[in-house]
Design a protein around this ligand. Structure first.
Ligand SMILES: NC(=O)C1=CN([C@@H]2O[C@H](COP(=O)(O)OP(=O)(O)OC[C@H]3O[C@@H](n4cnc5c(N)ncnc54)[C@H](OP(=O)(O)O)[C@@H]3O)[C@@H](O)[C@H]2O)C=CC1
Ligand SMILES: CC(=O)N[C@@H](CCC(=O)OP(=O)(O)O)C(=O)O
Length: 343
């Protein structure tokens, strides 16, 4: 069995890692940390795990984690980068769900995250954990930087268009909406029931930190710089992301349905819907799956790609486990093959 450690076990992506790993045939969680819940049983805090997790929370101390084969960081930004170098040097593999290792340029990272990077010399070592683009590199990686939840959906939506050089790559537009769990389990006024429910609003329109991440990664795929206008929104629901992505076609009239079907034909976790269908957040809830649909509105020369995912699964913890499977040579779908919850 692969020995797994989780740093940040009291948050939403942490408890989602536990839920998914409880059904994983080849991995066992042996250490889970919290700063505030040391000594408390995990299934006391999270009763959904009664019968499947008998661990207690421990301090985020390096020794217990260094004995793990793989350590997940399910922590806010600016946490993992302080401990990762020592863990890597001790021989552990690390999968970071935060943004600490997503951007290659420490200067750009500082500009968007407002801190000085603690280990810029390790950025080049990190592999971006989007398996659909980087499967081979992930297989050989010791440090994987999992994408943000919005970037996963948006990149999977634009990729077939950019890879085929079918659209103007400097005029990409993504309007996306997330459920409130995307903001984590910390108490924040914007996310309480009376503020977030029965409401819908944009935020971060003047610049969201996912923009440089999307541009870096799609630029690699396109083989040159891309420009993305990204506006996120808050949806009055718990899980789910819906992204609607727009790009101007270079060749009007092209049938994009086979382009998308061919591009993702061998991908177990990207599902291109039949022409005319629209992806929904509820059909991917709980599943490690991104559902896509593509259309060109009548009389227009614009490709419209719609993408849905569960922000906590394909947008975070499921994708992280997919990366773990690849890194450790396990079947990629281990622990992740279940369908979404409906209704
Ligand atoms: N929520 C989502 O949909 C997604 C989140 N992400 C990213 O994943 C990471 C985790 O997100 P999420 O689970 O939502 O966040 P939460 O706020 O729900 O949880 C954060 C966890 O980190 C722990 N923590 C906080 N500060 C420290 C610290 N200094 N040292 C050690 N542990 C710490 C907290 O535990 P305690 O206080 O008990 O120590 C808590 O368990 C974030 O970087 C987020 O951006 C990525 C994709 C999607
Ligand atoms: C609804 C909501 O607030 N979502 C978060 C995104 C969370 C995430 O996936 O992103 P990172 O890992 O890059 O923080 C936000 O917009 O800040």
């Amino acid at each position: 069995m692969i020995r797994v450690g989780i740093v940040g076990g009291t948050g939403y992506t942490g408890v989602e890692l536990l839920r998914l790993l409880a059904a994983h045939p080849g991995a066992e969680v042996v250490a889970i940390t919290s700063r505030g819940e040391v000594g408390r049983r995990v299934d006391d805090l999270f009763p959904n795990l009664r019968g499947s997790c008998d661990l207690v929370f421990t301090e985020p101390a390096a020794a217990a984690l260094a004995a793990c084969d793989v350590v997940f960081f399910a922590t806010p930004h600016n946490v993992a980068m302080h401990s990762v170098p020592a863990l890597l040097d001790a021989g552990a593999r690390v999968i970071d769900l935060s943004a600490d290792f997503r951007l290659r340029d420490a200067g750009i990272w500082s500009r968007w995250y407002g801190e000085t990077h603690a280990c810029p010399e390790r950025l080049a070592e990190a592999v971006y954990g989007l398996p659909e683009f980087h499967r081979e590199a992930i297989a050989g990686a010791r440090l994987v930087a999992c994408p943000g939840c919005y970037p996963t959906a948006i990149q999977l939506a634009f990729a077939p268009l950019l890879a085929g050089d079918l659209v103007d790559r400097d005029q990409l537009i993504a309007s996306a909406a997330s459920g409130v769990s995307g903001a984590g389990r910390q108490a924040k006024l914007d996310n309480i029931l009376t503020e977030a429910s029965d409401n819908f609003k944009a935020y971060g329109a003047a610049g969201h930190r996912h923009q440089p991440e999307i541009e870096q990664s799609l630029g690699d795929l396109a083989g040159g710089p891309v420009g993305v206008t990204f506006v996120p929104h808050l949806l009055p629901m718990i899980r789910g992301i819906h992204a609607t992505c727009f790009a101007r076609l270079k060749t009007p009239g092209l049938d994009l349905q086979p382009v998308f079907e061919d591009y993702y034909a061998d991908e177990p976790f990207v599902d291109v819907l039949p022409a005319g269908q629209h992806p929904q957040t509820r059909t991917v809830r709980g599943a490690n799956r991104c559902q896509l649909a593509v259309a060109v509105p009548q009389g227009r020369e614009t490709a419209v790609v719609m993408a849905t995912e569960d922000n906590l699964v394909k947008g975070a913890s499921g994708q992280a486990i997919q990366c773990m499977n690849i890194m450790l040579g396990l079947p990629e779908t281990n622990g992740l093959a279940h369908p979404g919850l409906l209704p």
